[in-house]
Design a protein around this ligand. Sequence first.
Ligand SMILES: N[C@@H](CCC(=O)N[C@@H](CS)C(=O)NCC(=O)O)C(=O)O
Length: 205
Amino acid sequence: MSPVKLYGIPRSRAFRCLLALEETGIPYELVATDYREGCKTEAFRKLNPNAKIPVLVDGDLCLWESLAINLYLFRKSGTLWPKTPEDEARLFQWTLWTATEAEPAQGAWFYNTKFLPPEERDPAQAEKGAEKLRACLAVLDQHLADRPYLCGEAWSAADLQVSSVLYTSWANGFDYGPYPRAKAWLERCLNRPAALKARGMREAA
Ligand SMILES: N[C@@H](CCC(=O)N[C@@H](CS)C(=O)NCC(=O)O)C(=O)O
């Protein structure tokens, strides 16, 4: 299998795809491309007209959107793709929930407490994001009341999608204390050997 190319850097949303690549074992090459100048070049815009990382190139396929890239990698791997229509539906549900509910909430909190220069931060937006993120974590915590992983007894691609995104708030000190089941689940997901490898790249950068 010739290696796929992932454009991005570990300290970006490319981290989610690094996690999927490490979990699937698909050979890959990381093409260092940052989210400031790196993704704004004319050549890069040919890969992603949104001028954002990550991008995955696999032969003729050029794909953007981190969680869609992961869905492709799960399918390609043959090992992480769900075996039943029900688990496939659960994977889509959690992926879309992550993209439309959890990530925007987390982003509003993270950008306005950590990422933006202090003078550009808006405390009201940060609190609004935190409130929505707390609501998401409450949903997650409740869901995990009677199962260790999102689709039941075993870790699956759905866990990877959600945990790879929530990594940002977890690693940046969001208070997970009121959500002990979600916190323990996240720690299980993010301490898997493949996750530790991806985290090693990110946390060393
Ligand atoms: N929804 C996209 C978002 C991609 C995205 O915003 N990437 C950031 C880096 S983490 C970026 O490239 N930002 C450059 C910019 O917004 O100009 C995905 O999940 O892949």
